[in-house]
Design a binder for this molecule. Structure first.
Ligand code: COA
Length: 327
């Protein structure tokens, strides 16, 4: 038997464009304190959030995914017809079928392309980026749109003050395309995994409300995620001193700072930029990393060509990260 023909491979993948959207409605800590027994100081001190965006009933997760995706395609200098695969990282679809990816692809005007959802909770964007980069490198895909979109407000018990103050809504997206030469490669190998033995620490209960064991998740994230970030760096052949921007999943500012502290102790530069988008966006799960980068770019805190270390973690407990060069 003759050998099977394979698609022509690329040197690797790189990020071509980014986009993000948030609902218009801003909910401050004081707004929450009028409804439940909490206060602005407690939330700032323990989580770092000052305000978050919450979608209205009519706005669907797919709407936010399509809007962020369309912005990323435009930012990449492409048209929707150039996209051949869509991956929507999400854990908050109202129903398991139909998936978000096929709907959002249709919404941005493309049909007949590969379209799948990927659920690795708050690690979803890094998982999606890892899958997309390998698809491009192997020649399976050329331009992949990876979107993290979440409507966490659909799953919140607004009487559970340990949860409802943290989570929020929004979408962030990136377009990945081929690197023509090894020097152009802008997405490093993914370092990922899952701690299924801790699965009970975050989940949806029988009433469809998100519950978590806050302290257990906090302890896990502050000890186990920095080593994953270091592993992603090592896999890319880089050291902490090579990193311009650190973008951990925006779960809690204290967790972000713990990861940054570890990177600094391992030789990160004094001018390392650390994402703190949670302050005004809350925890938007799989949307938080691309949204944070897009906001930092808009604020002029990061530039094209910067080396970013991204690392996601959340329910599962799933985790994953890689190095990306910003578009
Ligand atoms: N406002 C005021 N008080 C609150 C509160 C709130 N929103 N939520 C909890 N408290 C109270 C508790 O009832 C408790 O009171 P008590 O001492 O009288 O019993 C006290 O604050 C301390 O609670 P504790 O759960 O120990 O607080 P904490 O410092 O661990 O903070 C979290 C709680 C949830 C903010 C924190 O554990 C956390 O962020 N964990 C990580 C969760 C996470 O990142 N999840 C997403 C992963 S993607």
């Amino acid at each position: 038997m003759s050998s099977l023909r394979l698609a022509p491979a690329a040197a690797g993948a790189r990020l071509l464009g980014l986009g993000s959207v948030q609902p218009d409605t801003v909910v401050t800590n004081d707004d929450l304190a009028r409804r439940i027994d909490t206060n602005d100081q407690w939330i700032r001190d323990r989580v770092g959030i000052r305000s978050r965006r919450i979608a209205d009933e009519k706005t669907l997760l797919v709407d936010m995914a399509a809007d962020a995706g369309a912005l990323a395609v435009e930012d990449a200098g492409l048209t929707p017809a150039d996209i051949d695969t869509v991956i929507v990282a999400t854990c908050t679809m109202p129903n398991p079928i139909p998936n978000a990816a096929a709907q959002m692809a249709d919404r941005i005007g493309v049909n007949g392309i590969g379209a799948m959802d990927l659920n690795a909770a708050c690690a979803g964007f890094c998982y999606g980026t890892g899958v997309a980069a390998d698809m491009i490198r192997s020649g399976t895909a050329r331009h992949v749109l990876v979107v993290g979109s979440e409507k966490l407000s659909d799953w919140l018990d607004m009487d559970d003050r340990s949860v409802c103050i943290i989570f929020a809504d929004g979408a962030g997206a990136a377009v990945l395309g081929p690197a023509e030469t090894p020097e152009d490669v802008g997405v490093g190998p993914v370092a990922w995994g899952a701690a299924g033995d801790l699965v009970s620490t975050i989940g949806i209960d029988e009433k469809n409300y998100l519950r978590q064991e806050g302290q257990a998740v906090f302890r896990w994230a502050t000890t186990k995620i920095a080593p994953i970030a270091m592993e992603a760096l090592d896999k890319a052949g880089l050291t902490p001193a090579d990193v311009d921007v650190l973008v951990p999943h925006q779960a809690n500012l204290r967790i972000v700072e713990a990861i940054a502290k570890k990177l600094r102790s391992q030789g990160a530069r004094d001018d390392l930029v650390v994402a703190d988008d949670i302050v005004h966006s809350g925890n938007t799960s799989s949307a938080s990393i691309p949204m944070a980068i897009d906001h930092m770019r808009g604020a002029g805190r990061v530039r094209s060509g910067d080396v970013a270390l991204i690392v996601g973690f959340g329910a599962g407990l799933s985790y994953g990260g890689q190095v990306v060069v910003l578009p």
